[in-house]
Structure formats: C-alpha cells, structure tokens
Design a protein around this ligand. Structure first.
Ligand code: ATP
Length: 468
C-alpha cells in the first residue's frame, strides 16, 4: 500500500502553525518545557494540570479498547530496566541506530533523513557513505559540507549498582515490547490464554534521538502504548490485516478527522531488523505527514531469538493439535504523547461568534481534562456559591469537575471552551428558587434548564451514549 495517491499537501493540517498549540499548551497548563527555570532540557516535556488529565484519558481510552473491551488481551507493566542481554538479543545493541551526519565547522549533528532534500532517499541511500558528498548536503547553519553518515545508537545507558564499569551497564528501554516477550510464558501460563492472545503495555521509553523536535512529537523520554499479539505463524498475515483498520478506527472514534489519517507501508529496505511487514498510521501534522503508530508483523524473530539466547523453551503448546511452535507476533506500537498531541491539534478550532473569535478544543468528552465546569452567575451571593460547591462535590465523586468564579460568565465559558470542557453548569438567582441550573453545551453553545439533582445523571448518560 502506498500513501494515498494524492498531493501530500492537499490535506490541510488542523492548525497551520504549531506555535498556536505550543502557546495554548503553556498558557493553559497542558505542557511545559522540562526544567524551564534552568533554561530547559532538550526534548523532555512536562505535563501540567490539564495535560496530565488529557494524557491519562488517552491511555485509559487505549486500555479500554485494547484490554478492557477484549477477552483475548491482558495487561502487563514490566520494568524499564531489564537484563542487558535482552537488548543484545533483541538486536537493539547491534542495530537500533539512526544515520548521523556532522558539521565540521559548528559541530552540530543532524539525523541525515531529516535534512531538507533527503525526503525521497531509500534506506540503502541513507547507509551509503558517499551520500552527503553525492548530494552536496550542507550544514543548514553555516553551509559546510556535512560528514559521511555513521550509525548512532539511540539507547541511553547507565550502570547498575555502586560500581561504574562495563560489566554492569544497563539500558533504559527504548520500547516496552521486550518486557512482553520475556514475560510471554509467565503471562500465558498465569492467565491461561490460548493463542491468539495479546499482551498490552503502557509505559515510559527512552531514545537518545539525534534530532528531537516538533514539540512533543519526538522526545528523548516518552510514553508508549504497545500491544503484542501472539498468533500461529500461518495466521500472522491475517492478524496484521485485522489490526490495521481497528487501530485507525480508534483515532477516528475519539475524534481525529479521517482525511488527516493515512496508512503508509514501509519499503523493503526501510523495514526494521525484526519486521516482515510494517505499516504506519500517519497523521497530517502541521509539519507534514508523520507516523502516529506502527503496526508490525515481527514473525518469530523475538521469541525465537530469546529462546536461543536464554536457553528457555518459549514454544507454545497447542493442546487441540498437540503441536509445539514459536508463536509469531503482530505488534501495534503507538505513542501516548503523539496520540495526545494529535488529539490536541485535531480538536483545535477558531470560530467567529458575534464578532469575536472563540477558541474551542472540541475534544471527545472521554479525553477532555474536565467533563464539567460549575460556574456561579453571581459569586457575591453565598447561597449561589454554596449550591455550586454542593453540586461540584457530588459531580467529583464520579467525574473530573472544576469550579471557577474568577471572571464574568462570558469569559468563564470561553476559558472552558479553550480547554475542551464539554459542559458548563451555571447556577443563578433563580436556581435558589426553582432548584434548576443551566447546562451549556461546548459545541452547540445551546443552553438548557435542568433540575440540579439531575445534572450528574444527564452528563454521565451523555458520556455513556458517545463512548466508542
Ligand atoms: P520514528 O520513525 O518517528 O522515529 P519509530 O518508527 O522509531 O518512530 P516505533 O519504534 O515504531 O517508532 O515506536 C512506536 C511509537 O512510539 C511511534 O509510532 C511513536 O508514536 C512513539 N515514539 C517513538 N519514538 C518517539 C519519540 N522519540 N518521541 C515520542 N514518541 C515516540
């Protein structure tokens, strides 16, 4: 499958300028640069009060689709540090690398395939030592001809225990998948799962990326949501085809515009060392079409190699047929940060309302940091404020809710629109008489009057009705 045969620029990004999202994230408390008071640290970002809610909701939505809703997938939370041999066996020590080129004048280093003019290079070209000279690739800062590419290993290392020597090197995992492979037997036997079955994991991974950037798109510390599906060898191709539409549909179900998603198959010389076939789900970011998630047919590479290197039998015994075999693996490998970033970008819109610009994050309610905001029309009336807090307390038992009285109502609504809160509940003077409050819908801006006791049920019912 080639990328959709259309002009790649024909699909406009949801936001023309990435800066719009970066500044909204900072201003409203979604994402901050790490260690900012010390000038920041490259390629690490911190999630603020709203960002941590959004990212937790993204992870919850993934877990719901991949574990909770399925009978054939179970969860795992393996350690970030693993036996160093795992990374030798997996091929990461030998070949988890990117092509690095260097400027001999300013000593800046670049990932070759991210330089302008390299878009169409094959993986064979990227390994060709003469490529920079052949294409005359120059440093974007001072025009010096760049060095020949060399492979740069992306794994961070440290030392285990009080002595720092080569004998106790440990690696920060660059993917969660290996934790699922080395636990294959433990999980399969303890959960008594029969093939086909999967192991899902969410957790931090680390890569010493040569050229991180584009905000949280490429970081050095990030979070992955990966699922390894163990199948009979002859079923792997079908399982791969089964997961492709399911994973694309997950993004769409949570609101990503379908035309900004596409599949892209890896060329044979682009395939990772473990992969028999790989297709990326790509999203039209403001900086181009980029990978959101990879779906890989890994064959028996992982369990086969771990069996050979560890000496442990990792075969599966099929009781029905009496066969012993190494299962093949189909992997869906997504990034929690990239997914949250995508939902943030794709839900952003600016609208003209009564001559003013209204900024809205049209987030799916399951992803929105707050589901509801409780707002007093008159904060000087203690009875109104008290009713607000009673309602808030009741809502908070079940959902994320927030109270705000620091501005006039119009401004309070706009603040909630900008952070994606699907519903605002306003308590006014009449509420004290008739026990009713006004619910305002973020998208339609329509308002309806409902009894205060019915607010929570109404919101929970609406959320249940639109949950994928
Ligand atoms: P890329 O080609 O962008 O470097 P990859 O093909 O190496 O990505 P995988 O190894 O398939 O990525 O990782 C699975 C997912 O993990 C990616 O689709 C992405 O969502 C996420 N991911 C990988 N590297 C990073 C990173 N440096 N920062 C944020 N997310 C990442």
């Amino acid at each position: 499958m080639t990328p959709d045969a259309i002009d790649p620029n024909a699909v406009a990004p949801a936001v023309a300028n990435l800066e719009t999202i970066v500044s909204l994230s900072k201003r409203r408390g979604f994402i901050f640069p790490s260690s900012e008071i010390y000038g920041g640290i490259n390629a690490v970002w911190d999630y603020g009060p709203l960002g941590v809610e959004l990212k937790n909701n993204v992870k919850r939505a993934w877990w719901r689709a991949m574990v909770q809703d399925r009978d054939d997938i179970v969860g795992l939370d393996a350690g970030i540090l693993m036996h160093p041999q795992v990374w030798v066996t997996s091929g990461h020590v030998g070949s988890f690398s990117d092509p690095l080129v260097e400027c001999s004048t300013c000593h800046r280093r670049f990932r070759l395939d991210e330089l302008p003019g390299t878009e169409d290079l094959s993986q064979t070209d990227l390994r060709d030592e003469s490529i920079t000279a052949r294409l005359g690739l120059k440093c974007p800062f001072d025009e010096t001809l760049l060095s020949a590419p060399r492979r740069f290993n992306l794994m961070f290392t440290s030392h285990m225990g009080p002595v720092e020597d080569d004998g106790n090197v440990v690696y920060f995992r660059p993917e969660t998948a290996q934790g699922s492979y080395v636990n294959f037997k433990n999980v399969q036997q303890s959960s008594r799962k029969k093939i086909p079955f999967g192991i899902a994991q969410i957790g931090k991974s680390f890569r010493n990326e040569i050229s991180p950037g584009n905000f949280v798109f490429r970081m050095r510390e990030f979070e992955q949501m990966e699922m390894q599906y163990f199948v009979r060898p002859e079923s792997a191709a079908d399982a791969f085809e089964m997961w492709l539409p399911k994973r694309r549909a997950w993004y769409e179900a949570y609101g990503v515009t379908p035309s900004r998603l596409r599949f892209r198959e890896h060329a044979s010389d682009e395939l990772a060392h473990y992969a028999k076939k790989a297709i990326d789900v790509e999203y039209r970011f403001p900086f181009g079409w980029k990978e959101l998630e990879g779906i890989h047919n890994r064959g028996d590479f992982d369990l086969g190699n771990h069996q050979r290197a560890s000496g442990e039998n990792l075969e599966y015994f099929d009781q029905a047929s009496g066969e012993h075999f190494i299962p093949w693996i189909v992997e869906t490998a997504a990034g929690a940060d990239r997914a949250a970033f995508t939902f943030l970008i794709d839900s952003y819109r600016e609208e003209e309302v009564r001559g003013e610009t209204r900024v809205v994050l049209g987030l799916h309610p399951d992803l929105a940091p707050y589901k509801v905001a409780v707002l007093p029309l008159l904060k000087k009336r203690p009875e109104i404020v008290e009713l607000c807090h009673r309602l808030l307390g009741d809502l908070k038992r079940d959902i994320m809710a927030v109270y705000d009285d620091t501005a006039a109502i119009g401004k309070l609504y706009r603040r909630q629109d900008e952070i994606g809160t699907p519903w605002c509940v306003t308590v006014d003077v009449d509420s004290l008489e008739d026990g009713a409050v006004t619910i305002r819908d973020r998208d339609s801006m329509t308002q309806e009057r409902v009894p205060v006791e019915g607010v929570k049920r109404l919101i929970l019912d609406r959320m249940a009705a639109i949950r994928p």
